[in-house]
Design a protein around this ligand. Structure first.
Ligand code: 5AD
Ligand code: SF4
Length: 428
């Protein structure tokens, strides 16, 4: 999400005559795009901003601005707390950045943090930053109003709004024509994508159908799906298009109904397992990944065991695993004590990590001997003699270079694995 936002900011500033500096030492402005979802994300930003102070000592022109969710959450407070920050700009105010930078150049401090109910930056063609020229993100909606009780996103990114499907399809087509072979459609809850009125509504399944029809050689991925809204209709569209990737990110957060209720997730473990069964029915070779939170308010050992049990049942291919981090202003912070000791959160998290590591390795061992179509992305980080790419399931495959080239599709047979990577050989 943030990466896609930085690309929109890049386009707005390029349009106003600014360019990327060759290095931070030569820059007039450093814009730090930020996430506020957990406290450790914010601490990393503060650390980075303090590091930049030394650079400002040597380069007196340098001004620092904070963009994104942390700017929205803390607003002008951030400039009082971090004295070397000259401006803050929230996620719906990026169009005002050129004016903001002018004010800052005139020596003022400035804050733009108004949220919008309509801004989607639909007409802005993002500047692809640090791109491999093969895969790109397309933002299809902004904001979230699910109000999961632990989550700050509805407060920092505002109301949910969808982007005009014509502009999304046009962006996908333009990327394909430039040689891109993979797009990932992004939103906090893509399943509630909705454009139009009454009898003429484009929902997410139809949007996927349209984007997948741009060209069968363009792979389409998406994130994130809220389990409450994952429909059979979407799974049917996926089954019809081979180029829609066989990988669904379905954040579960907890395996305990009591915790899911406290988290305001609006589904039960039974509902979630029914959705997993539907995925396996429509798309037998689909990988499933998740997010989980350890040590949410009031979580008992029994609740934690239920999460481990759910992990054993679903057998995820990958999981993003977090300790609960209390966020100011959320329902949980206002009404529920953060009562699990940090060491206990860490213990539970480590148990989930260990179990998931074992499951991922076992899943990967079953892959040995299978063949996949891989979109080649580039050189392996470890060796120039090897390339890496991903299969439709989003698993990374590393293989001897042979005559393969980045940006092409090749067949690779899996010969070995670790918990994170499949090793293979070119077979076509
Ligand atoms: N503490 C820990 N993890 C959180 N997430 C969201 N809010 C919090 C929080 N307060 C996690 C959820 C979400 C992912 C993007 O971040 O698992 O799916
Ligand atoms: Fe946060 Fe829940 Fe919205 Fe995801 S769906 S962004 S966890 S409020």
């Amino acid at each position: 999400m943030n990466f896609a936002d930085s690309e929109v900011v890049g386009a707005i500033l390029t349009g106003a005559g600014y360019g990327l500096a060759p290095s931070v030492e030569e820059a007039d402005f450093v814009l730090v795009n930020t996430c506020a979802i957990r406290d450790n994300a914010e601490q990393r930003v503060r650390h980075r901003v303090r590091e930049l102070r030394a650079l400002q000592g040597r380069n007196k022109r340098l001004r620092i601005g904070i963009l994104g969710c942390m700017a929205e959450r803390l607003q002008s407070r951030l400039m009082a707390e971090e004295e070397n920050v000259s401006f803050v700009c929230g996620p719906d105010a990026y169009r005002r950045l050129p004016q903001l930078l002018t004010q800052v150049r005139e020596g003022q401090h400035a804050a733009e943090v108004d949220l919008s109910t309509t801004e989607t930056y639909a007409d802005i063609e993002p500047v692809r930053l640090a791109s491999n020229g093969i895969s790109a993100y397309i933002s299809i909606m902004r904001g979230c109003q699910n109000y999961c009780s632990y989550c700050v996103v509805p407060y920092t990114r505002g109301r949910e709004r969808s982007r005009d499907p014509e502009t999304i399809v046009a962006e996908a087509r333009s990327l394909f024509e430039k040689g891109y072979r993979e797009v990932t459609l992004l939103g906090q809850n893509v399943n509630s994508y909705s454009w139009g009125v009454q009898d003429n509504i484009v929902g997410f399944p139809e949007l996927m159908d349209r984007v997948a029809s741009v060209d069968p050689r363009l792979r389409v991925r998406f994130a994130t799906s809220h389990p409450k809204d994952l429909s059979d209709e979407l799974l049917a569209v996926m089954a019809r298009h081979e180029n829609i990737c066989r990988c669904i990110h379905l954040p579960v957060q907890s395996g305990s109904n009591r915790m899911l209720k406290a988290m305001n997730r609006k589904y039960t473990v039974e509902w979630y397992l029914d959705r997993v069964a539907a995925i396996r029915r429509y798309l037998p070779d689909c990988s499933i990944t998740t997010d989980v939170i350890a040590g949410f308010c009031g979580e008992t050992e029994e609740d934690h065991q239920a999460t481990l049990e759910l992990f054993r049942k679903v057998r995820y291919d990958y999981a993003y695993m977090f300790k609960y981090s209390e966020r100011e202003g959320t329902y949980a912070q206002r009404h529920m004590p953060d009562d699990i000791a940090d060491e206990e959160k860490t213990r539970r998290l480590n148990e989930i990590i260990a179990l998931q590591g074992q499951i991922a390795l076992e899943n990967n061992r079953e892959e040995v001997g299978r063949e996949y179509e891989v979109l080649v992305e580039g050189e392996s980080h470890r060796s120039k003699e090897r390339l890496f790419g991903r299969n439709s399931q989003n698993k990374v495959l590393v293989f001897d270079r042979g005559d393969a080239a980045p940006g092409t599709y090749r067949r690779v047979r899996v010969t070995d694995c670790t918990a994170a990577t499949l090793l293979g050989e070119l077979v076509g």
